[in-house]
Ligand binder design. Structure first.
Ligand code: AMP
Length: 555
């Protein structure tokens, strides 16, 4: 395909506001791309190499301005290009308006002719050569190669080449558009295309396979150990969201580290970051661990966490010091230790597991790693109390919080869906008065356990119940709270006690609901004890009016 034809189609796409029409235009482009289909499928998204490829153009803006200036003739400098960019705001617009081609005598064809039939494959071959330039003088070599390309460009070609090399294509073609266009162009089901993209991460390869081998060919595409997969991502969410949606939740610690995908085929271990960069060299202790404790072939997902000498998690910044490090890795390793916390298994023993339910992938994970300290602990439950206790423990051990996962969900690469939730910390807390309690059971029989909470009614200075809190309290705190509240007991009825309003608790919660259960007409979902507000008398506790306001703000 001529690069000029590609550029003209890109211009049509860019000018088209309707999504459906964009898909139709891209579909035609793919159908006409011929032997350049692989490259075209990437170029149209502003990508030169496949997403999983380690090859990078490594062209900074300055270098691109320099090449454009050279192609534009002696009276244009890189600074001029930069000035024009400041005005136009789009490098494509600047490139399209320079009179390129004068330098090599190609001006004879006229600046707009793109005279020498530049093809998509020729552009790609030059860009490959450019990416391969390394070492001393490589910057000059890159400028020269890019200058040579611009020199051969018509203005429309220059517009899209400039944007392509700077990663600023922006013609409105996202991954979804390409997926739909591949399905339409080659008459294959969109879900089949989607799956093939997930396992291969290679739009060009999928487009070509769809065209040449159809649905059957796409079905044959699998994960490859050593080729990174896009990471599944999480949304913010609450325990309420999780239990309402799935009935039971898989609960894990949210580690404060850096995402790491482990590939181990028995010969080599490769580690990839969340953006699929190869970070193997920076993390030798994870490589060693995997070689020793993990059964190949596998692809695992997890978090690399920095730990202190005592094994306690260190803040996120510490892992960054290790993560992309190319030099002095051995010395840094002495200072900051890195540990793997694996939480998912995408491939094991020849089986692709992306479509398996999470709990099943977790079982495979446990089966392939023979040291459980590297496997994230999992709780599957429908009990909010258990979740709260788990969270409490995670926070106490210095972790960031918890993740809630749909136990039955597939692994969806690159997707920030609602099957993985990072639990939002409580946004607001309420200061509520303790007006009752219950004696505990068993080991806790001599302590008050569950506390009845009330909000203040300003109209008549009374207190109206709003909920009970029992979670978030350690044994030690229970003893202290019992000492504090026992003197305030007004009456007892079995395990239940009535308490004089005297003590104010700060309480976190996920949501306020209207409820007939309590006098105030409201109830708290997943209330959690935060602390005793020693500084606050009951007369300063939160009012029902504030509860109403907060409830309304939740939308
Ligand atoms: P965030 O970066 O705030 O969007 O949170 C999502 C990130 O948390 C993921 O990309 C992981 O790097 C990290 N994470 C930590 N622990 C877990 C876990 N148990 N499961 C999934 N992701 C986790």
């Amino acid at each position: 395909m001529d690069f000029g034809s590609f550029a003209a189609r890109a211009a049509d796409v860019e000018a088209e506001p309707a999504d459906l029409e964009v898909v139709a235009l891209v579909t035609d482009l793919f159908a006409d791309a011929g032997e350049d289909l692989r490259v075209v499928a990437r170029f149209v998204q502003g990508r030169v190499f496949p997403a999983h490829s380690e090859t990078k153009l490594d062209i900074g803006p300055r270098l691109c301005y320099e090449a454009l200036a050279r192609a534009a003739g002696t009276n244009v400098t890189a600074s001029d290009v930069e000035d024009r960019l400041a005005e136009a705001g789009d490098i494509g617009e600047v490139a399209a308006n320079l009179e390129l081609g004068g330098q090599a005598g190609l001006g004879a064809f006229g600046a707009d002719s793109g005279g020498d039939d530049l093809t998509v494959s020729a552009v790609f071959a030059e860009l490959e050569a450019l990416a391969a330039a390394e070492g001393n003088g490589s910057q000059d070599e890159k400028v020269t190669l890019l200058f040579g390309l611009f020199n051969r460009c018509s203005s429309e070609e220059a517009r899209y080449l400039a944007r392509l090399v700077l990663g600023e294509m922006r013609i409105g073609v996202g991954e979804g558009t390409v997926r739909d266009a591949i399905a339409d162009a080659f008459d294959v089901p969109v879900d089949t295309v989607k799956r093939a993209l997930q396992v291969s991460n290679d739009y060009g390869l999928v487009a070509e396979t769809a065209r040449d081998e159809g649905e059957a060919g796409l079905d044959e595409m699998h994960l490859e150990v050593g080729r990174p997969v896009q990471a599944m991502l999480a949304q913010a969410g609450t325990v309420t969201d999780a239990l309402d949606e799935w009935e039971r939740a898989a609960v894990e610690t949210k580690f404060d580290g850096a995402r790491v995908q482990v590939h181990w085929d028995g010969e080599d271990v490769s580690l990839y970051s969340r953006n699929m960069e190869d970070v193997t060299a920076a993390l030798p202790e994870i490589v060693e661990f995997v070689e020793e404790h993990v059964e190949p072939p596998v692809i695992l997902d997890g978090e690399a966490v920095a730990v202190s000498a005592a094994g306690e998690p260190l803040p996120f910044q510490e892992i960054l010091k290790r993560f992309r490090r190319k030099h002095d890795v051995a010395a840094m390793r002495e200072e900051i230790r890195v540990e793997l916390n694996a939480f998912d298994c995408l491939h094991a023993g020849g089986d692709d597991l992306l479509e398996a339910p999470f709990v099943e992938r977790y079982e495979r994970l446990e089966a392939v790693v023979d040291d459980e300290s590297a496997v994230s602990e999992l709780l599957v439950t429908d009990d909010p109390e258990e979740i709260a206790t788990f969270e409490e423990r995670a926070l106490e051990s210095g972790h960031e919080g918890i993740m809630l996962k749909d136990p039955d969900a597939a692994y969806t690469p690159g997707d920030r869906g609602k099957h993985w939730l990072k639990r939002k910390p409580d946004v607001e807390t309420l200061d509520l008065v303790v007006t009752g309690a219950e004696w505990g059971e068993g080991r806790r029989a001599s302590f008050l356990g569950t506390f009845l909470l009330s909000a203040r009614d300003e109209d008549d200075d009374s207190f109206e119940t709003i909920g009970k809190v029992a979670t978030g309290i350690t044994d030690e705190e229970l003893a202290d709270l019992t000492d504090l509240l026992e003197p305030q007991i007004r009456s007892e009825d079995g395990q239940e006690v009535d308490i004089e309003p005297a003590v104010v608790f700060e309480v976190g919660y996920e949501e306020i609901q209207t409820s007939p259960t309590y006098e105030s007409g409201y109830a708290l979902r997943f209330p959690r004890f935060v602390t005793v507000r020693e500084d606050k008398p009951p007369a300063d506790a939160d009012t029902i009016e504030r509860v109403e306001r907060l409830a309304a703000q939740q939308g």
